[in-house]
Design a protein around this ligand. Structure first.
Ligand code: PLP
Length: 401
């Protein structure tokens, strides 16, 4: 039989999308599933953004391709938004609009990695980073920071992972899956370390506005301006404006990176769909009122879910400082008989599958985030669903204790 490439065979499917797919398939069969799987705000996209898209769709000129790196007015608006939020100037020509933040991740590695180059990936990490690195023929080198260090790596751990092949490091704060917000000291140390060792820094800032307790996101490019000529910033409208399905993200890099990503995009997608770019323009050039409303709702859910999880037998969960994920430790339940059939789970992949099967609650096992023993719950779902999902899980765990 004709064979697939080794490259794609070595890539793992997205654990989050797999859980979501399974949950959606069960829902379609009429099963009452509560989905904590996808990181997808349950709010509708704010209406001024939708209206801008409707108007754009009616305008005949928008059936055309846009410039490959994105609409000039959108890139200008992203530059202004970066100044507003991150506090520094970027040249719009250094911005490329991509099909979601995910494509920005993929493209970044495609343009900076050669075969065998290593990328330091602090873990627990978002599922896509290691696979995007492998797709670019690179090697992910994981540096694990568990709950006992608040999921924040130290510069000593990072330095211990460095070799002469180290080409880049990923920063993701606020973090998926842990919700951790790394300190300004850690970010500064990483920037200085990267400068000293000639390493690219890829900072994924997609959860910048999902931060609680009056804190503000620290931006590595603002903290250490000298890092900017080796800094690639990834961002998008998905999480901030409840626009996951619109598929608009971007990257900001030095001129050579933006040009290289533009060249790649010219052969890959030509450009991001025209009308969603105009919706994104309305989003990033608007104010943050709707964002603040969503953030407040997430904050209440954050407290609700963390206290519900900590109330369950064998489960512990630290209060996350950002994003909209609760990353709970289920390791004490492994190796024990659980549920109706007293099933013994050896890992959290099996446990999450058992929970989906018996409780109809979908959540993502830690293995997908390089953190076995944990399960990630997105709390971007409706309040009632959150309460019902937690009630079911607690009852299930208590019933078979
Ligand atoms: N970066 C992180 C850390 C994420 O969690 C996600 C989505 O889950 C993305 C990037 C990509 O978002 P999108 O491609 O929907 O813009």
């Amino acid at each position: 039989m004709a064979q697939l490439s080794t490259r794609i065979t070595n890539v793992a499917p997205s654990a989050t999308l797999e859980v979501d797919l399974k949950a959606k398939a069960l829902k379609a069969q009429g099963v009452d599933i509560i989905g904590f799987g996808a990181g997808e705000p349950n709010f509708p996209t704010p209406s001024p953004i939708v209206e801008a898209a409707v108007e754009a769709a009616r305008d005949a000129k928008n059936h055309r391709y846009t410039a490959t790196p994105g609409l000039p007015e959108l890139r200008e608006a992203i530059a202004q938004k970066t100044k507003r939020d991150s506090g520094y100037d970027v040249n719009p020509s250094h911005i490329v609009v991509t099909n979601g933040g995910k494509q920005a991740v993929y493209s970044s590695f495609q343009v900076i990695l050669d075969e065998g180059d290593e990328v330091i990936v602090p873990t627990p990490c978002w599922v896509t980073y290691p696979e995007a690195i492998k797709l670019a023929a690179g090697t992910p080198v994981e540096v694990f920071a568990g709950a006992e260090q608040r999921f924040e790596p130290t510069i000593e751990q990072i330095e211990a992972a460095r070799t002469e092949k180290t080409k880049a490091i990923i920063v993701n704060s606020p973090n998926n899956p842990t919700g951790a917000v790394w300190s300004a000291e850690t970010l500064k140390a990483i920037a200085r370390w990267a400068i000293e060792h000639d390493v690219w820094v890829i900072t994924d800032e997609i959860y910048e506005h999902m931060i609680y307790d009056g804190k503000k996101t620290d931006y590595i490019g603002a903290l250490v301006p000298e890092v900017r000529d080796r800094l690639i910033v990834l961002n998008g409208v998905a999480k901030t404006y409840a626009m996951t399905g619109w598929r608009v993200g971007w990257l900001i890099g030095p001129e050579n990176v933006a040009k290289a990503v533009g060249k790649l995009q010219g052969h890959l997608t030509s450009n991001v769909s025209n009308v969603p770019q105009r919706a994104a323009l309305a989003a990033v050039s608007g104010d943050l009122t709707a964002v603040e409303m969503m953030r407040e709702a997430f904050d209440k859910r954050r407290h609700a879910i963390v206290s519900a999880l900590n109330d369950m037998t064998g489960v512990t969960c630290a209060l996350p400082a950002g994003a909209f994920y609760a990353f709970a430790d289920f390791s004490r339940l492994l190796g024990k008989p659980l549920g109706k059939k007293q099933t013994v789970c050896e890992n959290t992949v099996e446990l999450a599958a058992l929970i989906l099967d018996e409780v109809h609650v979908a959540a993502v096992p830690g293995e997908g985030f390089s953190a076995p023993g944990y399960i990630r719950f997105s709390y971007a779902l409706a309040d009632d669903d959150l309460a019902e999902g937690m009630r079911r899980l607690k009852q299930w765990l208590a019933a078979y204790e």
